[in-house]
Design a protein around this ligand. Structure first.
Ligand code: OAD
Length: 235
């Protein structure tokens, strides 16, 4: 089976009703990264940061995977599909994708404030535990923090993601402005002879645009178009 590696960003979940970060009206217009998405912000005001992620976590209860998420899951019938996502929502999993690597963490998990990447302390929350409070403790006795990779923190999953990119037969990028590294740098590991499809209704800046086949559509229509192109390729 051919291996399709799909890098997704906030645009993947836009049609599910989760706002992106950098589009007009995006999340980073309402909040400052430095207030809610850095280790310093958490040290300064853990209550605000905990509340910010509680809100985002509870939003998961009101949204559903879009057709694009579903089509990517269905693609597993014909391809060895690996999703590498920058998204912290659980919509790929809920659509049925089985191989999902989260580069920036997961909203549905919490962890130790002292050793966030120690698997021993990472805890999956049930839906009735989505509201985390100050005073809720991890197994090491520290405050439970969101299992989110904040700006300025290392991205431990990037090594696995690089291996996937290097091993891809087809690489697909959906709904990311390619502003945030190391995620955006994954494209540099895709073998030269492999096509890179980019699904995004807007222009995306990339230093090597000739490498990209731009499908100028939103995620749902774009994945449907991708499937048509892949079929044509195999005729
Ligand atoms: P951005 O908000 O930077 O980019 C969203 C992209 O989605 C843009 O290129 C849009 O054109 C595109 N888009 C909008 N609507 C779409 C649709 N219906 N279908 C497909 N694409 C659409 O989001 P990311 O690139 O994901 O990190 O941001 C990367 C990281 O920055 C996030 O993981 C987050 C953020 O700060 C952390 O919080 C650590």
């Amino acid at each position: 089976m051919e291996k399709i590696v799909v890098l997704t960003g906030a645009g993947m979940s836009a049609e599910s009703g989760i706002q992106t970060f950098r589009d007009a009206g995006g999340l980073w217009e309402k909040y400052r990264v430095e207030d809610v998405a850095t280790p310093e912000a958490y040290a300064r005001n853990p209550r605000l940061v905990t509340e910010f992620y509680n809100c985002r976590r509870k939003q998961l209860l009101d949204v559903q995977p879009c057709r694009g998420h579903e089509l990517l899951a269905e693609l597993e019938g014909e391809y060895d599909v690996h999703i590498v996502t920058q998204n912290v929502d659980n919509l790929h999993e809920r659509a049925g994708s089985r191989n999902v690597l989260h580069l920036h963490g997961e909203l549905t998990k919490v962890t130790s404030s002292r050793e966030p990447n120690n698997p021993h302390y990472i805890k999956q929350l049930n839906e009735d535990e989505y509201e985390v409070e100050i005073g809720d403790l991890a197994a090491d006795g520290t405050q439970l923090r969101p299992f989110i990779v904040w700006f300025g923190e290392s991205v431990p999953m990037i090594e696995d993601a690089i291996r996937l990119a290097q091993d891809a037969d087809v690489f697909v990028v959906i709904g990311t402005s390619l502003n945030v590294y190391p995620a955006a740098g994954l494209l540099n590991y895709v073998p030269r002879h492999i096509p890179i499809y980019l699904i995004d209704p807007n222009e995306v800046m990339w230093h090597d645009p000739s490498r990209l086949v731009h499908i100028n559509k939103g995620a749902s229509e774009g994945v449907a178009e991708l499937i048509r192109l892949l079929k044509k390729r195999n005729l």
